[in-house]
Design a binder for this molecule. Structure first.
Ligand code: GLA
Length: 385
């Protein structure tokens, strides 16, 4: 992954004087537990060792100058009038997080900030959550707000929900903020209780495959899935009393699923309930070193996202199919919201080169898209760089 000399670039943009502080926030990959977070279930992501970098310098007024090495667009915001502005484009993510701090009564003052991200945009590796949590960490640090990381995570999610208008769950921001080197996080999205599990992979690598299919319609389809789940829960609650679909165990779901009147909503609910069960099983499999079982659960997860939740699409399905043909592949699935973006596979170390070459060639031949692959390193959550 390309990295930049952020301080040098910052000086070129904003001048050399004053103290310049550097921060970093990772991307994330979810190993299993997809579309369970907003259903009150478990997720099992980890933070990556690449993400979003920032160099920052305090100002003595109430202006924030946002710049990024990724796009040409610079944005100047007067903090006395910090509102969503469509033309501000990517800067609405950091603006939204700043607004959260302002809403809590913190006196956020001006600063100059230069960002650079090496998470491919729209790839489903959480470039937006990374930028949000990064901003939260910067504001918290510069203005000594004393807000703990879980709160920064919640504020980042709230910024995305209420300022940017995407109704995401909490997984991405949590993984980005609370990630721990060489660990995955089992997070109960209902209670926010979490458990770090060492990623002891013994000769196995996590390989991310970028389909290069951008998640075009993702946001509207994402919100559609959420409301389908809500409708299913409403039907179940004619006789039950649950807050979230993922609170149902297998027995209860099987006994009561007939209450769900719409067949599409039934499929969505079935995915949520069983994906949640798989995620808990996957955590146990990792703890006991049973990667074969882990891989099986990953495969089942993808198949359920394809057949029941219907969020995969031809690109993700093709890449997963090709990945599974490689003998050293232990499991392969889509990761993130779906509709494009990335797959995640567990691959035996000695097969990684063959995997990248063969899956790459076959995927390109079948889809016409040139994919990219990253052998993931699992890093720390956001903080000073
Ligand atoms: C996106 C959302 C997350 C989560 C996943 C699906 O990444 O931001 O909150 O719902 O999709 O698991």
């Amino acid at each position: 992954m390309e990295k930049m000399d952020m301080v040098k670039s910052f000086k070129e943009y904003f001048g050399a004087e004053g103290e310049i502080i550097e921060f970093f926030s990772p991307g994330r990959v979810n190993l299993i537990g997809e579309h369970t977070d907003y259903n009150g279930g478990f997720v099992f992501p980890c933070a990556l060792d690449f993400g979003t970098y920032a160099a920052v310098r305090l100002r003595d007024d109430y202006t924030v100058n946002f710049a990024t090495l990724n796009f040409d667009k610079k944005v100047v915001t007067d903090l006395k009038d910090n509102n969503f502005v469509k033309e501000d484009d990517w800067a609405n993510y950091p603006k939204g997080v700043i607004k959260e701090f302002q809403n809590r009564g913190f006196d956020v003052k001006g600063f100059d900030v230069l960002f650079f991200g090496n998470i491919p945009n729209g790839s489903g590796l959480s470039s937006s959550a990374s930028l949000e949590v990064l901003t939260g960490v910067i504001v918290n640090d510069l203005f000594k707000c004393n807000t703990d990381m879980v709160d920064i995570v919640k504020m980042s999610q709230s910024a995305e929900n209420n300022f940017v208008g995407v109704n995401c769950g909490i997984m991405d921001q949590f993984a980005v903020g609370m990630g721990k080197k060489d660990h995955a996080i089992l997070l109960d999205c209902n209670t926010l209780k979490y458990d770090y599990v060492p990623l002891v992979l013994n000769g196995v690598k996590i390989v991310i495959g970028n389909t290069k299919k951008r998640r075009g319609l993702a946001d509207s389809k994402y919100n559609e899935r959420r409301s389908e789940c809500d409708q299913a829960l409403e039907d179940l609650n004619k006789e039950l009393n649950f807050k979230y679909l993922c609170e149902l165990d297998e027995k209860t779901f099987e006994a009561k699923k007939g209450l769900i009147s719409n067949s599409v909503n039934l499929k969505r609910a079935e995915h949520a309930v069983y994906e949640n069960i798989r995620t808990v099983k996957a955590k146990k499999a990792l703890e006991t070193g049973d990667l074969v079982e882990f891989g099986k659960l990953m495969n089942q997860s993808h198949d359920s996202l394809r057949d029941l939740y219907e969020v995969t699409g031809v690109e993700l399905d093709t890449m997963v199919e090709e990945a599974r043909k490689i003998s050293g592949t232990i499991g392969a699935r889509m990761t993130g919201a779906g509709f494009g973006g990335c797959t995640v596979s567990l691959v035996k170390e000695e097969s990684v080169d063959e995997f990248i070459k063969t899956v790459g060639e076959n995927y390109e031949a079948r889809t016409g898209l040139k994919p990219e692959f990253y052998v993931a390193g699992v890093g720390q959550g956001a903080g000073r760089a």
